[in-house]
Design a protein. Structure first.
Length: 749
């Protein structure tokens, strides 16, 4: 019999130990991530008294796959439109917190005399709070419905995006050795170029691909197609110099804008859980107890750095974003821990060989300690605010409540800002598409056509084809937003606005002409004057072309339809939250979505019977049930298990409602094994309780909780039961019921 490979044996050991440990952590109400880390510590070679993994290289490969699928799932939960709708406030808070915590981490590393790369990577690890751990803490403490929790989650989403960018930057920093500011700026521009290119092309093609194959795709094929796209983008990402995790995240964010996003998320969840568990177990395998003892002082200092740093800089960051002191302190105190992204950044440093091996177990230990302290930090926010309010002068409190960097500009400035931002966005996106098209044509098509045609003919064909491909993009650069409401309003508002508006057109005309000039310069030997003339003439033809205008508009409409496809589906299915939600935030109330558990005691009751308004003071605006949306339900509306209730109220009211609905559930049956249904053959006895009674009057169903399924009358099959049939002695009936009820029936018979 053949021997099992070590990979299978190691995987069996990992999953069994991880399963046992996570059950224990679930019982202790601790995050499963920590359970996986502890499981890895138990199966590592550093534990002499337990079985250990033999081939760590294979487990490391599985862990890398786990990181890729973790970030793919993160991308599925991410939406670029949501980030744009957040406004500037979360961006200010995120940038402030990440920058300050990175500086603290770098200073702490320098204080211990660690190397330059150790300090930089440490700063990146300390800057990233854990989305998973904070979400779990909010859920356990019943705070998920409070407004400050939503603010924290918005910042955590942006932190995750910055973590992706930070990983790319750290990779460039590690590979480049000692890059200067120009190289770092080039790396940032490279990230932006490929991110925009992949997103725009992906949104244009992938929703169309899934839509065209919708009738052919079932759950199995959708899972395979999604994971295939994830791996393909991971490979492409590595080819252009980024990490596979970055590519997986980008593909996840593209699929997040499709109608199938929720379905893909559900299908990918088990795959992510499996490989994610292997990754976090591999994290624990690198923890050396000897290192923890040796670096006990740095671990304690780093824990204090995170707790104090996040409490102070987190609060300041949220205040700068426009929050008053109390919610800012609640937000800042909630983020005082590190988690999964810190592990991923540490793994990146180890794989690149630029950080010391001691740093990984140190960061894991810091993460474990800060995770256990997270609930206490969240609870400490309000008492700390109360202490400050009592001790500080009132004018100081008023000044702190008014600290913000997000001010609304005056009306005219707002119009200029809106117009310039729109023009810049259009110019950058279409310039990137044009540049990518030119690069692809010159890299792949030009060498091919030169093998087919003479040199000059090949150059001419390639040049004309390239211009035809990029002509819709160049026309959009010049003409888009020239007829927008902001442009018209500014033109009519003042004569002094007209020259700057014309100047914006000339700048964009020069950018479009530069592409034509570059193509001519690359493929021909014309003089500069002739090439400039050709460029201006070509752009002029593009502007006046009606067919090109229709083609450009059609492409943009298709892109916007793909981009909005998930929103359109949500509106059709009644899943989109109301637009008036944002207006409530100015009035200490907001909307929260609360799920009715499947075993809830509220199931089957009307809203009047439950009495939500009288008990909790909340208003139910809508009930989401499957694909149905019930707006403004009345008191006679029945609540069903698995309904999603949209309620309007304050933090305290919504928290009380969430706690009550989670508490009012049916308890699990401790004797479920005794409730097995059994089939028995029974003969009606002469003179018994049932002799001479009809089926309807016998009470077999109502009194004894049993059901007669048939009567034997000498036929091959049982006869159907007539409720008016009179039972007589000797009748053979077949009844179904629980063992205890059948025994009561037999005793009465």
């Amino acid at each position: 019999m053949s021997e099992l490979p070590y990979l299978v044996k190691d995987l069996a050991l990992i999953l069994i130990v991880a399963g046992v440990v996570t059950i224990v952590f679930k019982k202790l109400k601790q995050p499963l991530v920590l359970g996986y880390v502890v499981a890895g510590f138990l199966v590592s070679p550093h534990m002499p008294y337990t079985m250990s993994v033999v081939d760590k290289a294979d487990i490391g490969t599985w862990g890398d796959i786990g990181v890729m699928f973790l970030l793919f799932s993160l991308g599925l939960d991410f939406s670029f439109k949501k980030i744009l709708k957040m406004g500037i406030s979360p961006v200010i808070a995120t940038c402030s917190i990440v920058f300050c915590m990175m500086m603290l981490g770098i200073l702490a590393g320098h204080a211990f005399g660690w190397s330059r790369m150790d300090c930089i990577f440490l700063g990146g690890m300390l800057a990233m709070s854990s989305t998973t751990i904070i979400y779990k803490a909010f859920d356990d403490l019943g705070l998920r419905q409070q407004r400050f929790a939503g603010l924290v989650m918005s910042v955590l989403i942006l932190e995750d995006i910055l973590a992706i960018v930070l990983m790319v930057m750290l990779s460039a920093l590690a590979i480049g050795g000692n890059p200067d500011g120009g190289e770092m700026l080039g790396s940032v521009m490279k990230i932006g170029f490929f991110l925009i290119l992949w997103f725009v092309v992906g949104i244009f093609l992938i929703p169309w691909l899934l839509r065209s194959m919708r009738k052919l795709i079932n759950n199995e094929t959708l899972l395979i197609v999604s994971l295939g796209l994830c791996c393909a983008m991971a490979v492409l990402s590595t080819k252009v110099g980024f990490s596979s995790a970055f590519g997986a995240f980008v593909m996840g964010s593209i699929l997040a804008e499709t109608v199938e996003a929720d379905r893909i998320t559900r299908l990918v969840e088990p795959v992510k859980n499996l490989f994610g568990a292997v990754f976090f177990v591999s994290v624990g395998m690198l923890v050396d107890p000897g290192v923890l003892v040796e670096y006990a002082l740095p671990i304690a200092v780093l824990v204090l750095t995170i707790l104090v740093g996040q409490a102070v800089f987190g609060t300041v960051g949220f205040m700068l974003s426009g929050q008053s002191l109390k919610p800012a302190m609640q937000c800042g105190f909630s983020m005082a821990q590190i988690g999964e992204f810190s592990f991923i950044i540490a793994s990146l440093g180890l794989s690149l060989g630029v950080i010391g091996k001691f740093l990984y177990p140190v960061v894991v230990a810091v993460s474990v300690i800060t995770t256990f302290l997270t609930p206490y930090m969240i609870r400490a926010a309000v008492p700390c605010y109360g202490m400050l309010e009592r001790r500080l002068p009132k004018k100081w409190i008023a000044a702190l409540n008014s600290v913000t960097l997000s001010r609304r500009p005056v009306n005219t400035k707002r119009k200029w800002k809106s117009l310039l931002v729109q023009m810049a966005r259009v110019t950058v996106i279409y310039a990137i598409l044009s540049g990518a098209s030119v690069a692809l044509m010159f890299t792949f098509f030009l060498p091919f056509i030169r093998h087919v045609l003479p040199h000059w003919w090949a150059n001419a064909v390639c040049g004309v084809a390239t211009l035809l491909i990029i002509s819709p993009f160049l026309r959009a650069i010049v003409m888009k937003k020239n007829h927008s409401e902001e442009f018209k309003a500014l033109w009519a508002e003042s004569v002094y606005n007209r020259f700057p508006l014309v100047f914006t057109i000339l700048v964009r005309l020069a950018i479009a002409s530069a592409f034509v000039f570059y193509i001519c310069n690359y493929l021909t030997r014309f003089t500069n004057a002739l090439m400039i003339s050709i460029a201006l003439a070509a752009v002029a033809l593009m502007i006046i072309s009606r067919s090109l205008k229709r083609h450009s508009i059609m492409m943009e409409r298709m892109f916007m339809q793909n981009l909005r496809s998930r929103e359109i589906a949500a509106e059709v299915l009644g899943q989109k939250r109301p637009l008036y939600e944002g207006r409530l935030l100015d009035r200490d109330i907001h909307i929260a979505e609360i799920d009715v558990p499947e075993d809830s005691l509220w199931g089957g009751k009307t809203l009047r019977q439950i009495g939500l308004r009288n008990k909790f003071g909340v208003h139910v605006s809508s009930i989401l049930r499957g694909i149905q949306r019930i707006n403004i339900p009345n008191g006679d509306t029945v609540v069903f298990p698995c309904d999603r209730i949209q309620a309007i109220g304050s933090d305290e009211q919504l928290t009380a409602l969430g706690a009550a609905i989670a508490k009012d559930v049916r308890q699990k049956d401790p004797d479920i094994e005794k409730r097995e249904m059994k089939l028995r053959q029974v003969v009606i006895r002469k003179g018994g309780v049932f002799d001479g009674k009809t089926m309807r009057d016998s009470g077999i169903r109502d009194k004894y909780n049993c059901m007669v399924v048939g009567i034997e009358e000498g036929k091959e099959n049982l006869s159907l039961v007539d409720p008016s049939r009179v039972l007589v002695s000797g009748d053979v009936i077949w009844i179904v019921g629980e063992e205890e009820d059948l025994m009561r029936f037999n005793a009465a018979n």
